[in-house]
Design a protein around this ligand. Structure first.
Ligand SMILES: *[C@@H]1O[C@H](CO)[C@@H](O)[C@H](O)[C@H]1NC(C)=O
Ligand SMILES: *[C@@H]1O[C@H](CO)[C@@H](O)[C@H](O)[C@H]1NC(C)=O
Length: 271
C-alpha cells in the first residue's frame, strides 16, 4: 500500500514536472516560459527561489515574507497540498539546474488562487508555505509587493529573472541565474495579437511585457518567478506566452497589483 501510495505521488509529481513545461503548451501554442538576458547573482535577486523536484529546478518563486513564497498556480497544480519531501524550495543560490548551494526548505503546504483556470490561464498565482522560516541574509530576503491597483505605464522597464531556458529550443535550463529587462506593453494591443492567433484573452489579472523584436523574454522554467519594477517591487509572476522572445508576442505575467490577486496573497500570506 505504502509503495503504491508513494509511487502514485511520484507519478503525479512527475506529471507536475512535465506539466510545468507541457501543460500550458497544450492550452497555448507554447507554454510558460530568460532569453536574451545576462547572468545574474543571487545577491542582486535575493528574493529569487527555485522550486525543485528531485533536485531538479522546475519553477521560480519569490520570498515575500519569512514563511511564504509566491509562485504561479500552474507550478503547484497537480501536486498534493502537502507535497512529498523531494518537492522543496532552494533559497540563496545562484546555480539552477541540478542546483547546488543555498538552503533547502521543506514545504508545509502549497496552493493556488481559488479561481485559477487552466484553460484560460487566468488567476495564475499560488503560494508556498515553508516548514521553517527563511533566514534572511544578503542572499535571501523578501521582496516588497506592488501596491494594490498600482499602474505600470506602457514602456516602463521591468526586470524578470530565473533559471528558465535561454532559447526556445534549449534542452536544459542554465546553470546560473539570468535576468533581463523588458518594457511593459499595452494590454489591448497584446490581447489583440494573442486572440487573433487563437490564443487566450489577456485579462486584468495579466501584464504583457517584451515581444518588441529584440528577443528579450522569459522562457520555460522561469514560470512562477519574479517580475520586478525599477524601484524593486514585485509586480508580476512569470505565467505564459507564445514561444520565447518572439516579436509581437510579449511574455504574460500575473498582475500582482490586481485587487483580486493582491487580496488572495494578503488573505493567505498576510502581506
Ligand atoms: C475555465 O474557463 C472556461 C472558459 O471560460 C470555463 O468554461 C470553465 O468552466 C472554467 N473552469 C473552471 C474550473 O472554472
Ligand atoms: C502586435 O503585432 C504587430 C505585428 O507583428 C507588432 O508590430 C506589434 O508590436 C505587436 N504588439 C504587441 C503589443 O506586441
Amino acid at each position: 500500500m505504502a509503495a503504491l501510495a508513494s509511487s502514485s505521488v511520484l507519478a503525479s509529481c512527475m506529471l507536475a514536472v512535465m506539466a510545468l513545461g507541457a501543460d500550458l503548451a497544450i492550452a497555448q501554442p507554447v507554454g510558460e516560459r530568460i532569453v536574451g538576458g545576462n547572468n545574474a547573482d543571487i545577491k542582486d535577486f535575493s528574493h529569487q527561489l527555485s522550486l525543485e523536484v528531485f533536485f531538479m529546478h522546475s519553477c521560480g518563486a519569490s520570498v515575500i515574507n519569512e514563511n511564504y513564497a509566491l509562485t504561479a498556480a500552474h507550478c503547484v497544480q497537480g501536486m498534493p497540498r502537502e507535497p512529498p519531501w523531494f518537492v522543496r524550495l532552494r533559497a540563496g543560490s545562484t546555480s539552477g539546474f541540478l542546483g547546488i548551494g543555498g538552503i533547502m526548505h521543506a514545504i508545509e503546504f502549497m496552493e493556488h488562487h481559488p479561481l485559477w483556470n487552466k484553460t484560460t490561464t487566468d488567476y495564475d498565482v499560488g503560494l508556498i508555505k515553508v516548514e521553517k522560516p527563511f533566514a534572511f541574509s544578503n542572499r535571501i530576503s523578501p521582496i516588497k509587493l506592488a501596491d494594490e491597483n498600482a499602474i505600470l505605464k506602457v514602456g516602463s522597464v521591468v526586470t524578470v529573472s530565473g533559471w528558465g531556458m535561454t532559447s526556445e529550443r534549449a534542452l536544459f535550463t542554465p546553470w546560473v541565474l539570468h535576468s533581463v529587462d523588458v518594457p511593459v506593453v499595452d494590454r489591448e494591443a497584446c490581447n489583440h495579437n494573442y486572440t487573433v492567433h487563437g490564443g487566450n484573452k489577456i485579462s486584468k489579472r495579466m501584464i504583457c511585457a517584451g515581444g518588441t523584436g529584440d528577443g528579450k523574454d522569459s522562457c520555460q522554467g522561469d514560470s512562477g518567478g519574479p517580475l520586478i519594477t525599477q524601484d524593486r517591487r514585485l509586480i508580476g509572476v512569470v505565467s505564459w506566452g507564445y514561444g520565447c522572445g518572439r516579436s509581437g508576442f510579449p511574455g504574460i505575467y500575473t498582475n500582482v497589483a490586481n485587487p483580486e490577486i493582491r487580496r488572495y496573497i494578503r488573505e493567505v500570506a498576510g502581506v
